[in-house]
Design a protein around this ligand. Sequence first.
Ligand SMILES: Cc1cc2nc3c(=O)[nH]c(=O)nc-3n(C[C@H](O)[C@H](O)[C@H](O)COP(=O)(O)OP(=O)(O)OC[C@H]3O[C@@H](n4cnc5c(N)ncnc54)[C@H](O)[C@@H]3O)c2cc1C
Length: 183
Amino acid sequence: MITTKGAHEADEIVMATGSWGRETARLLSLRIPLMPGRGYSVTLEDSPYRLNYPAVLLEGRAAVTPMDGNKIRFGGTMEITPHKTPPRMNRVQGILDAVQRFYPEFEIPFPAKEKIWYGYRPCSADGLPYIGRVKKYGNLTIATGHSMLGLSLGAGTGKLVAELVNRQPASMDISPFAVERFN
Ligand SMILES: Cc1cc2nc3c(=O)[nH]c(=O)nc-3n(C[C@H](O)[C@H](O)[C@H](O)COP(=O)(O)OP(=O)(O)OC[C@H]3O[C@@H](n4cnc5c(N)ncnc54)[C@H](O)[C@@H]3O)c2cc1C
């Protein structure tokens, strides 16, 4: 395996590069249809408001999470976009506007740019993850494409990857996740 920090020998390689999966696969001449889905969040530190429960504001397409006592995190949006596209601050305003529709007493000032977090979900072409081996390389396992559920599905995916790497039978049918299903 050749990296920016030298060449390494490995019996097995796992490629789990999230929303960068399409580009890293391309380095190996593999094709994985996948796009980044950018989401944003804003955390109100020292919130004057109190929330007892997290909430998903379905129509507002935003989620509200009370954290660590008096912090509240507001997150949302699914912006299918290349990584290099600059963040769109109107998306953040959209989240804050949605929150105010549901919680009219919440007045959340638009935060400084450096306080706005954004991250990328790995969105596959059909919404299912890519988990498995590929024909071209005998010791490569790929795991990406979990879109909005990568945290929830991480443990299960880790189990499947461990089984693949150890060449054990997978504990469930992974054919729907075949990495090369679009080839
Ligand atoms: C706003 C938002 C809210 C979310 N909420 C939830 C939620 O409530 N529940 C849930 O289950 N999921 C949620 N997700 C989705 C979840 O975050 C992703 O599905 C998950 O992070 C994908 O995990 P991953 O390990 O595949 O990719 P990532 O977490 O993106 O990790 C990929 C890693 O690969 C590294 N990498 C990339 N290229 C290279 C390279 N060439 N060499 C070395 N390293 C490389 C990257 O630096 C990164 O560390 C949310 C995502 C967002 C954006």
